[in-house]
Design a protein around this ligand. Structure first.
Ligand code: E4P
Length: 218
């Protein structure tokens, strides 16, 4: 399973990159607004900086437009920034049409805001590179986000769709493990959730003993 980091924060992206485990980045308008970028030029510069940090990894940049023409215009400009840019499009009628448009142009897409297997089916048929089921937001409404990931994986494998299942809206470390078990191709996660994978009391206890014993020898 590939690891993407779900943030526009350059320091956090650099930190994950330095760990050597990062395969890409996902952003959305809320994450971009959070880091305080304002104006198209600043937004474009920010995406370029992200691409430089993840060296070769895919970077999802979401369009703000909601109509097909607007999505095509914005997505084309975003894709021109860097080969690593993946145009992120909402799973609406216009978004699906735009996924097909970019697929035909050989531009990668991430079909986002996916909450059902039917939406994932349309994204795959339109030729999306990635489909993003939102795990945490489904859990928030007492639905089962991981079950949706597993269902999409099963359907894609059964019918041979090549769209990669990108588990999004990951809120904590256990979500990562559950998405791994469900067969997700990618999980996009906050840095804290990734770092949580390191936590084990026996590692801490074992290291304490090794440190104490190593001191006896020097
Ligand atoms: C990433 O592609 C999604 O936009 C993101 O994971 C959504 O996460 P949230 O539900 O925590 O806002």
């Amino acid at each position: 399973m590939k690891f993407f980091i779900d943030t526009a924060d350059l320091e956090q992206i650099q930190e994950a990159q330095d760990m050597g485990i990062l395969d890409g980045v996902t952003t959305n308008p809320s994450l971009m607004a959070k880091v305080g970028v304002k104006g198209q030029d600043a937004i474009n510069e920010h995406y370029k900086k992200i691409c430089d940090i993840v060296k070769g990894g895919d970077v999802s940049a979401e369009v703000f437009a909601t109509d097909f023409e607007g999505m095509v215009k914005e997505g084309t400009a975003l894709a021109a920034l860097n080969k690593q840019i993946v145009v992120k499009l909402p799973c609406t009628k216009a978004g699906i049409k735009a996924v097909k448009y970019f697929h035909d142009k050989g531009i990668k897409t991430n079909c986002t805001l996916v909450f059902s297997v039917g939406q994932a089916l349309l994204a795959a048929k339109a030729g999306a590179t990635y489909v993003s089921p939102f795990v945490g937001r489904l859990d928030d409404i007492s639905s089962d986000g991981v079950a949706l990931v597993a269902h999409i994986v099963e359907v894609y494998r059964e019918y041979g769709y090549t769209t990669q299942v990108l588990a999004a809206s990951i809120r904590h470390t256990q979500h990562i493990i559950e998405c791994l078990d469900a067969g997700a191709d990618v999980a996009t996660c906050p840095l804290k959730a990734i770092e949580g994978l390191l936590n084990h009391p026996l590692t801490d206890k074992g290291l304490e003993t090794f440190i104490a014993d190593s001191k006896k020898m020097i």
